[in-house]
Design a protein around this ligand. Structure first.
Ligand code: IMP
Ligand code: MG
Length: 182
C-alpha cells in the first residue's frame, strides 16, 4: 500500500461519491447562475481539488479567483478577524460571488470573511462547500451548496491536510490515531 493510504483508518467519502456529488452541485450551480456574472472564489489551499473539479462541472460562463486568509487568535467565535494573505485580483462590483470551500467547520473564518467581501459591492455572495461539520459550528453561517455532512472527526484528503500532507488523497478519510502521536 502507498504510504499515504497506509495512514488512513477508514474512508468517509469515496472517490465515486465525490464525483457524483460534484456533478450534481455543478448542475445546480449552472442552473442557478444562468445569465448571471458568476465568479467562483477558491479559498486556498484546502479547496483547490474541489475547485478544479467543480469548475469543470459548471457548464455556464464563469471566472475564477483565489484567496488566502488566516484567522487571528484562538479561532473562537469572538476573535472576529480574518487576515487576508492573498487578496482577489479583481473588482467585485456587480459580480455574483460563489465562495468555494473545502470544509465548513466552526464557520468562524467565513462568517468574518463574507461581510468583508460584501463591502466591495458584489451583486450576491453564496457559499459552496464540499464538506460540513454541523456539530462544530460556532458562527451563524450555513452553506448554500453543501456536499456531505461529516461527523466531528479530523478528516483528510480531497484537498484537506494534516500538517500539509494527505491533500492528494482522492477520497476523504479519517487518519489513524497513531499518526497524530508520531
Ligand atoms: P472554520 O470553519 O473557520 O473553523 O475553518 C475551517 C477551516 O479549518 C477549513 O477550511 C480547513 O482548512 C480547516 N479544517 C477544519 N476541519 C478540518 C478537518 O477535519 N481536516 C482538515 N482541515 C480542517
Ligand atoms: Mg481551508
Amino acid at each position: 500500500m502507498q504510504p499515504n493510504h497506509r495512514d488512513i483508518e477508514r474512508i468517509l467519502v469515496s472517490e465515486e461519491q465525490l464525483k457524483a456529488k460534484v456533478a450534481e452541485l455543478g448542475a445546480r450551480i449552472s442552473r442557478d447562475y444562468a445569465g448571471k456574472d458568476l465568479l467562483m472564489v477558491s479559498i486556498l489551499k484546502g479547496s483547490v481539488v474541489f475547485m478544479a473539479d467543480l469548475m469543470r462541472a459548471v457548464t455556464i460562463p464563469c471566472a475564477i479567483d483565489f484567496m488566502v486568509v488566516s484567522s487571528y487568535g484562538s479561532g473562537t467565535a469572538t476573535s472576529g478577524l480574518v487576515k487576508i494573505i492573498k487578496d482577489l485580483d479583481q473588482d467585485l462590483s456587480g459580480k455574483d460571488l460563489l465562495i468555494v470551500e473545502d470544509i465548513l467547520d466552526t464557520g468562524v473564518t467565513l462568517s468574518n470573511l463574507v461581510p468583508m467581501l460584501r463591502l466591495r459591492n458584489p451583486r450576491s455572495v453564496r457559499l459552496c462547500t464540499i464538506l460540513s461539520k454541523p456539530s462544530r459550528r460556532l458562527a451563524d453561517i450555513t452553506a448554500d451548496y453543501c456536499g456531505f455532512e461529516v461527523p466531528d472527526e479530523f478528516v483528510v484528503g480531497y484537498g484537506l491536510d494534516y500538517n500539509e500532507r494527505y491533500r492528494n488523497l482522492p477520497y476523504v478519510g479519517v487518519l489513524k490515531p497513531e499518526v497524530y502521536s508520531k
